[in-house]
Ligand binder design. Structure first.
Ligand code: SF4
Length: 471
């Protein structure tokens, strides 16, 4: 991803291992790509839960002195956040740790509820007071409200939720791990080197702690992990899945297995298909680092045109999209990506990237290539144009911010300053994954939403509400 679209979040959990806090730290570190705004770890020693959350990267928040305060524990959950509901502020950092009539609970959430405002309004009418502007806190309030009146408060809670949610709950005596009935986001179970159970958004976190992948949490399933072992119950009927295909295009780590397939293999296949759909006679294939590398390999292999690293990243500059203003982002782009003039100068090149969102930073990169002497620039994108908002955990909720909304490819190419532009077709993208086509959500490309979004969901919906409540 070249710009601006934001990751969702990453979750991690481990039960029974005396090294739980450190394992959570490593598990979050391995999933840093899923969220860089804030992170947190909650632990239990079997009686009391404690948590530490902070703003920034995992390595910035969890110094040794902080981790040392969490090590006396036998279970932990962790969370990396990119805000999709509620601002990026310390109050919204997760895991959220709360005390309620059922005891203590900590919760980490990857996804986005599409009915969080309705639920929050309903419970505020009943007197509930919220401390954050996240949809995650809404889930905890439902859990507390259902605690006394139902035999299985968690099942009752989940039956009210609409949208994408991979959840990791920590109670003093167990982990409860939940995946929404549509399986929007990945969630996997593994076994730690000590023989204990762990969960993560992506298998890359299991690999990082030396754990063995067991299986995915099934859509509509709750997995309970405690000293008694692991058990499973369903809270929803089996549905037609709506796996987020963007996990394969961009979000997930290439080494992860997502929805049963290795991401790197899928991305190379996207590039191969792109080469067949949109061939062009050029001197070399240039990947946009690091987002277009896998697809560029596939494009090069299928076309027989040499792959050259004509743009090299400066690894000491942060990811561009965490800069809050456009001018800061553009400066970071210049700093971060250095063009290798001897590879580019005088050449006809294909540049491969995984997606375009707003287009502003892509344009800046194309200008850099022109200044380096590129004779022709043909941009190839390994997914279809993003024309519709995502309400399921990705921060492109406003169609006005999407360059492909209401623009032709030619208009976009002119804006970016390239000689030609081709996106992979929807059919081409879907031909690169193995589940049936209708097992994936592709709403941001097609506009076909698997869930009925009654009213557009805005990241700051709950914030405006709170301002209204407390002017
Ligand atoms: S709308 Fe796009 S990004 Fe959002 S869940 Fe669907 S495929 Fe993924």
């Amino acid at each position: 991803m070249t710009e601006e679209a934001k990751h969702k979040c990453g979750v991690f959990g481990v039960w029974g291992d005396p090294d739980s806090a450190n394992l959570a730290y490593i598990g979050l570190y391995a999933q840093q790509h899923r969220g860089q705004e804030s992170a947190g770890i909650a632990v239990t020693d079997g009686n009391l839960l404690r948590a530490h959350v902070g703003m920034g990267l995992v390595s910035e928040i969890f110094k040794k002195s902080v981790l040392d305060t969490l090590t006396d524990s036998n279970a932990a959950i962790g969370h990396n956040r990119y805000s999709t509901t509620g601002s990026s502020v310390p109050e919204n950092a997760q895991p959220l740790l709360r005390e309620y009539i059922g005891g203590q609970v900590a919760l980490g959430h990857n996804g986005n509820l599409i009915n969080s405002k309705i639920l929050r309004d309903e419970y505020e009418q009943r007197g509930h007071i919220y401390r954050t502007t996240t949809d995650t806190e809404v889930i905890i309030h439902l859990l507390a409200a259902h605690h006394l009146s139902h035999t299985d408060p968690l099942v009752e809670t989940l039956q009210h939720l609409q949208g994408a949610y991979s959840l990791v709950f920590l109670f003093k005596d167990r982990l409860e791990v939940v995946r929404d009935p549509w399986g929007f986001r990945p969630l996997v179970i593994g076994t730690t080197p000590g023989g204990f159970s762990c969960v993560a958004s992506e298998t890359v976190a299991l690999d990082a702690i030396g754990a063995t992948f067991l299986r995915e949490v099934e859509p509509g399933e709750i997995v309970t992990i405690s000293d008694k072992g692991m058990s499973s119950r369903r809270f929803a009927e089996v549905q037609q899945p709506a796996h987020c295909i963007f996990e394969h295009v961009y979000f997930a780590n290439p080494s992860s297995q997502v929805f049963g397939e290795t991401v790197q293999i899928v991305r190379e296949s996207l590039g191969e298909t792109l080469a067949k759909e949109a061939p062009v006679e050029v001197d070399c294939i240039i990947p946009m680092p690091d987002s277009g590398r896998s697809a560029a390999l596939g494009y090069s292999r299928a076309s027989g045109i040499p792959y050259r690293e004509g743009i090299v990243p400066n690894r000491y500059v942060g990811r561009t999209f965490i800069k809050p203003t456009q001018s800061q982002r553009n400066t970071a782009v210049q700093l971060k990506l250095n063009v290798v003039r001897d590879i580019i100068n005088g050449k006809r090149i294909v540049v491969v990237d995984d997606s375009i969102v707003r287009g502003t930073t892509t344009r800046a990169k194309m200008e850099q290539l022109r200044r380096a002497g590129a004779r022709e620039i043909h941009l190839r994108i390994s997914c279809p144009p993003i024309r519709h908002p995502c309400y399921f955990g990705i921060d492109f909720q406003d169609p006005k911010q999407l360059i492909a909304t209401a623009r032709t490819e030619k208009q976009i190419a002119d804006f970016l300053g390239v000689d030609s532009l081709h996106y992979l077709t929807l059919d081409g993208m879907l031909s690169c994954v193995t589940h049936p086509n209708d097992s994936y959500c592709n709403a941001c490309f097609s506009g076909n939403y698997r869930l009925n979004v009654e009213q557009p969901v805005n990241k700051l919906d709950l914030e405006r509400h709170q301002l209204k409540m407390f002017p």
